[in-house]
Design a protein around this ligand. Structure first.
Ligand code: SF4
Ligand code: SF4
Ligand code: SF4
Length: 156
């Protein structure tokens, strides 16, 4: 399940002290989800004993962020059945080889985002995903077409 700013906000000190460089704790929570800020930048959370329990909950909640690619894309290989739906529906792949995607085989291009290796999905070129970079679009095509729920995103 994606982590939402509200879930993070609920566990922050909620004092709007601005020590993290943000105007509000909510603004900070948004930046943490987008990986523009580290939770450690909320210094009261780490320095004041009364927040110890909240800090531990937050660190546990944010653990998957470390594993995620820069797009927030996570593939659970243990769930993947190798059906290739995600490869076929990806709009980046379809734009470069419409015939391959349209015929259900996937694109015949050198640098796909995804590729099957030994029947399991691997992320090969995550920087080509539409969720990557400053002008990113929160595309969900691969996730929505995975019958095994093997693909998830940290946001959206
Ligand atoms: S440092 Fe922590 S408590 Fe202060 S505004 Fe930032 S998130 Fe809120
Ligand atoms: S999020 Fe969209 S662009 Fe990115 S890999 Fe999935 S289908 Fe392709
Ligand atoms: S759609 Fe899901 S099950 Fe099929 S290859 Fe992609 S990740 Fe694996």
């Amino acid at each position: 399940m994606p982590i939402t700013p509200m879930e993070i906000y609920k566990l922050l000190p909620k004092t709007n002290c601005k020590k993290c460089g943000e105007q509000t704790c909510m603004a900070f929570a948004f930046k943490v989800v987008n990986r523009d800020k580290q939770i450690e930048e909320c210094t009261p959370l780490f320095e004041e004993e009364k927040y110890t329990k909240q800090k531990e909950q937050l660190l546990e909640m944010l653990e998957p962020l470390k594993e995620a690619s820069e797009t927030g894309l996570i593939v659970d290989e243990s769930k993947c059945t190798g059906c290739a739906n995600c490869i076929v529906v990806c709009p980046v792949h379809a734009a470069e080889d419409a015939y391959g995607s349209g015929s259900g085989f996937g694109p015949k291009i050198d640098d796909p985002i995804y590729r099957l290796e030994n029947g399991v999905l691997k992320i090969i070129n995550v920087q080509r995903c539409r969720r990557y970079g400053k002008n990113r679009i929160l595309c969900v095509a691969c996730r929505e077409n995975c019958p095994s729920d093997a693909i998830s995103f940290l946001e959206g």
